[in-house]
Design a protein around this ligand. Structure first.
Ligand SMILES: Nc1ncnc2c1ncn2[C@@H]1O[C@H](COP(=O)(O)OP(=O)(O)OP(=O)(O)O)[C@@H](O)[C@H]1O
Ligand SMILES: [Mg+2]
Length: 253
């Protein structure tokens, strides 16, 4: 059997003495797209923060393997170099750093980690233009400081572009659909679908079944009270849309 891209085993995490993740188990094989749906406050974003290495959380139990490597033992920048990419629900703004500069630094850090040479500025500009054209993203906004004053939709577009350039192994998208207009939803879905490939896996956290019409997941998971309580195919999302989460409350208690 080939190594899954992401394997989460019995993950428990707390913040300020409150346990938020209560035994998450999730395996994402190479090439698959998994969706996670769940009530507000059930811990979905917490899971993405813990995977990214945000330091406010204490991991009390469990393990996470990224392509067979111990993810939790890595520093946040090492996780990114190892191929983990996160698009946050609320992308951070970095005043003073042009988005372009940030992207180039991020790309070169990853190349360095893979033992490749730095990308020249002309090569980088070409790559950005090409990705922008393919994904229908206006690259003008990349001259502005990272996410500063970007509209909600522009932030999401910038993240998709970043993802396309970095070519990560494991992409986690936390509610990349929230606040998107119809065109932006198409841009994000198109970007995600264009990146689907045999060696890359994705975890899409969403509240809306409608996103899953565009990005058709291989597996849908229901998250409730800090863990995954049910998994199924894409029809599970339709069932949730129709009936809500009540059927799953306490399902794995
Ligand atoms: N610093 C903190 N102290 C105490 N509780 C916290 C803290 N940070 C987050 N939480 C709680 O953790 C729980 C899980 O939050 P999380 O953001 O992971 O939920 P979510 O599933 O992403 O919800 P949503 O669908 O609304 O985005 C919430 O009840 C939240 O209030
Ligand atoms: Mg959230």
């Amino acid at each position: 059997m080939t190594t899954p891209i992401l394997e989460i085993r019995n993950l428990h995490a707390r913040i300020e003495d409150r346990e938020i993740l209560k035994g998450v188990n999730l395996t994402i094989p190479a090439g698959e797209v998994h969706a996670v749906m769940g009530r507000n406050g059930s811990g979905k974003s917490t899971l993405s923060y813990v995977l990214a290495g945000k330091e406010d959380y204490e991991i009390t139990e469990g393990e996470v393997l990224l392509d067979g490597q111990d993810l939790l033992a890595m520093e946040p920048f090492e996780r990114a170099s190892a191929g983990l990419f996160l698009a946050f629900q609320y992308p951070i703004e970095i005043p003073g750093v042009a988005t372009m500069t940030f992207l180039k630094a991020a790309m070169n850090a990853q190349r360095k980690a893979r033992g490749e040479g730095e990308m020249t500025t002309p090569d980088f500009m070409r790559a950005v233009k090409q990705a922008g054209t393919e994904l229908n993203i206006d690259t003008e906004m990349l001259k502005r400081p990272l996410n500063v004053g970007f509209s909600g939709g522009e932030k999401k577009r910038a993240e998709v572009l970043q993802m396309a350039l970095l070519q990560p192994k494991m992409c986690i998208l936390d509610e990349t659909d929230s606040g998107l207009d119809i065109d932006a939803l198409q841009v994000v879905s198109k970007g995600v679908n264009a990146l689907r490939s045999a060696g890359r896996s994705m975890l899409v956290i969403t509240h809306y079944q409608r996103l899953l019409n565009h990005i058709v997941p291989d597996v849908v998971h229901v998250f409730s009270d800090g863990k995954i309580v049910e998994s199924g195919d894409k029809d599970l999302a339709l069932q949730l849309e129709a009936k809500g989460y009540a059927d799953f409350d306490g399902a794995a208690a």
